[in-house]
Each structure stands twice: as C-alpha cells, then as structure tokens.
Design a protein around this ligand. Structure first.
Ligand code: HEC
Ligand code: HEC
Length: 366
C-alpha cells in the first residue's frame, strides 16, 4: 500500500481521534466483521461521554470503492438518482465522508477541526504525514483534510476492503459450482415476476466486466417499519426520511424523495446481525419474510392505532404514494414459497468473503 494508505490504517484504528478517546472507525466498522459492527445493536453508541445512540445501523465498509458520488441535480427524477456514500448519498467521496463521523456528536464527536488536528499531532504516527504528503500541513484544516485523504487511500487500496473472494466470485470464475439450493436461490433472486431482487441488487457483471456488487447504486422507498426501540424515535415527530432529510439537508422539501434510501450492496450481508437503515430487523429470514408479505400481511410489520394498522408507519401518511409497489411488493406479486425463501437465503450466504475452495455450503444449503 502507498504511504498514504498505511497512514490511513493507523488513523482508522486510532481511538484517540474521538471525543471520548474510546472510538475509532474500526469500533463500528470492525475488519473482523466484514468492516461492519461487531455487535447486534441496531445503532452504535458514541459521543464524548459514550452515551449517545446513533440514528442508523452501521454498514459494512466493503465494496464501496466503485460507488461514485451522488449524481443528482435539481431536475433529476428519483429513478435516475445514483451513488453517494451514506444511506442518503450525502457524501461524495470516501475522503469527504470521514468528516461526518469525526464531528458527529453521536459518533466520534471531535468538537472542532482544531481538536481533531491536536489529536492527530499528538499521535505516535504523526511523522508519517510527512512521508505520505509532499507538503507539510500549514494549518489544522489542511492536516485534517490530509487525514481524510489517507482514510480514502486505505479504503481504495487495501484489498481487505474488497477481496472479491466469496463463493459467488469463485462460481463466476468457473472454479466451483453452486449447490442446488444456492443455484435455485439465484434464479429466485432474478425472477422478475417473483422476488425480483435483481432489479435493484444487480447480480450481473458491470458494463466494464467487473464482478457484481449486488446494487444498482440507486434509491428506493421500501417502507421499512419504524424501529420504535431507537432513542431518536421516542420523539413521535422524528422521522428518518432518507434523501429528503433530516440527516441530509440539501434536498429538504423535495417530498417526492422522502423515504428513499440507497440500495446497499449485498456482499457479506449474511455476516450482519441487524438489517436496513434503522436496524429494525435481526435476521436474513426476517428480511425475506418482510419482502414477501409487506403488502399481504401489513399487520405483521406495522404498528397500529385505534385498532387499525398504520400502513408504512415510518412515513408521513401523506407520502405513502412514494413507496415502491413493484414485485416482490404489491398485493399482486406472486407469493414466494418457504422453499424459495430458504433457497434465496442460501444464495445470499454465498456472497460472504473468505470462501475456501471445497468448503461445505451453509447448513441446510447443500
Ligand atoms: C459510532 C459508530 C461509527 C463510527 C465510529 C464510524 N462510523 Fe462510519 N458509519 C456509521 C453509520 C451509522 C453509518 C451510516 C450513516 C448514514 O447512512 O447516515 C456509517 C457510514 C459510513 C460510510 C458510508 C458507507 C456507505 O455504505 O455509504 C463510510 C465510508 C464510513 N462510515 C467510514 C467511516 C470512517 C472512515 C470512520 C472513522 C473516521 C467511521 N466511519 C466511523 C457508524 C460509524
Ligand atoms: C426496489 C428496489 C429493491 C428491491 C426489488 C429489493 N431491494 Fe433489497 N434493498 C433495497 C433498498 C433501498 C434497501 C435499503 C432500505 C432501507 O434501509 O431502508 C435494501 C436492503 C436490503 C437488505 C438489507 C441490507 C443491509 O445491509 O441492511 C437485504 C438483505 C436486501 N435488501 C435483500 C433483498 C432481497 C433478497 C430482495 C428480493 C427479495 C430485495 N432485497 C429486493 C432495494 C431493493
């Protein structure tokens, strides 16, 4: 790795770069857990007193190197929106993204650029900035920007962030075959009249022949149920509406964008313990059940008031029309059988990194 990326690794692991002195990037994005959270919390805890719950589930940081910046213009239609980091696409590059956790009062909570610069100057690896960057940083803001560039270099150069060594990669390379359930699962995944997962989580090679990332980088409104356990949601007026805010601020007022979140890639999804932007689900089977029955059995997913199910209960009731109604959603979509759901899960389990040739399939997937 370049000197910049090596410096980036030191920064990524350094807990002293936080208001509490206890939180590094790796605390929420642990390399041993596919660069995702090492625990089953829906949202992680941060802040200078280590007592602030986050707004969203911490994602895996794998396979972000091909995700471009947000493409939106004021004239863009929501179906044409692509890219951007964070569930609402609000960071245009990995370097720009680093500023968000560093200064978020719920996360690393460095009070100011000056505070973070002081912590960087005091780090054991401070002299590595001079090796990594041609010109020494003349001021705090330049030093912090250099640190953000080092984090970007790490995530781009370090192949541990994108090893492309899942079973599905080995299958694409012709080195192994899927088991029958795994292969059937891919068919279910791609069936336009059925699960239709492929329409958003593209399983095909990219136009330039690169392995699939299982996302089209676009945005969709799935009406994931409100997570009533989140501390922010104790306020009935708080809603995380994705593209239209409140975390993202430049599209506030664009009500046609409310409820839309970026389609995440599905590599390593089986390693996660919580799912969706608010961590409301706790198993892959539950996620698949939701996709299959959101509109046929809404009472199983949404809260109720006065004995009535509040459909799509994390959206203002005036915006229910934003919600995606294409298969697998909508009352018309074909219901997936228990066998199809089990097969789908077997396929998703082939997307985890670190496959060893000859290793058995997941229990029940042979
Ligand atoms: C307290 C937990 C926490 C810490 C510490 C943390 N993150 Fe995150 N990270 C998150 C959460 C939560 C999100 C999703 C935020 C959102 O969508 O608004 C996220 C999102 C990201 C993303 C975007 C992923 C995507 O799919 O678009 C990147 C990149 C990232 N973090 C890198 C970092 C780096 C680099 C650091 C250290 C400077 C860091 N994070 C520190 C919790 C954390
Ligand atoms: C219309 C586009 C669309 C379709 C179709 C779709 N997804 Fe998704 N998927 C998304 C979006 C958007 C999210 C994030 C939603 C959120 O967090 O609010 C997501 C999230 C997920 C997650 C959670 C990932 C995580 O990191 O938490 C899984 C697992 C998943 N999808 C699997 C599937 C499967 C399996 C299918 C087919 C049954 C499917 N999806 C169909 C758009 C889609």
């Amino acid at each position: 790795m370049s000197a910049k990326a090596q410096l980036g690794e030191k920064i990524f692991l350094d807990q002293s770069l936080s208001g509490s002195g206890r939180l590094s990037c790796a605390s929420c994005h642990n390399p041993a857990f596919a660069h995702g959270p090492p625990n089953a919390l829906a949202v992680q805890i941060g802040g200078s007193q280590s007592n602030q719950a986050g707004l969203r589930a911490a994602p895996s940081l794998r396979y972000l190197e091909r995700l471009g910046g947000f493409n939106g213009t004021p004239a863009s239609k929501v179906e044409d929106l692509r890219g951007g980091l964070m569930a609402d696409g609000r960071a245009d590059s990995l370097a720009a993204q680093a500023f968000l956790p560093w200064f978020n009062p719920r996360e690393m909570d460095n009070g100011s650029v000056a505070d973070l610069a002081r912590r960087l100057r005091g780090a054991a690896y401070a002299s590595q900035f001079l090796t990594a960057f041609a010109t020494p940083a003349a001021d705090d803001s330049t030093l912090v920007t250099q640190a953000s560039e080092a984090l970007q270099a790490l995530q781009v150069e370090d192949t541990r962030f994108h090893p492309y060594d899942s079973k599905s990669d080995f299958v694409l390379a012709g080195k192994v075959r899927f088991s029958l359930p795994e292969g059937r699962g891919l068919m279910v995944f791609s069936d336009k009249q059925g699960a239709n997962c492929a329409s958003c989580h593209s399983p095909d090679l990219s136009s330039s022949g690169q392995p699939p990332l299982f996302t089209n980088f676009g945005y969709a409104a799935l009406a994931v149920p409100r997570n009533t356990k989140l501390s922010v949601n104790q306020d009935p007026n708080f809603r995380d509406l994705g593209l239209c805010g409140p975390s993202r601020t430049d599209l506030a007022g664009r009500t046609e964008l409310c409820g839309f979140f970026r389609t995440p890639g599905l590599r390593n999804v089986a390693e996660r313990k919580v799912f969706f932007h608010n961590g409301v689900m706790s198993s892959l089977a539950q996620v698949l059940d939701f996709y299959n029955t959101r509109d046929r059995e809404p009472a199983r997913w949404y809260s109720s008031a006065d004995g009535q199910t509040v459909l799509y209960d994390d959206l203002p009731q005036s915006l229910l029309g934003n919600v995606n109604q294409v298969a697998p959603f909508g009352a018309q979509a074909r219901r997936l059988s228990a066998q199809e759901l089990a097969d789908l899960e077997c396929f998703l389990r082939t997307l985890s990194d670190g496959y060893v040739l000859g290793a058995p399939s997941f229990v029940g997937c042979n």
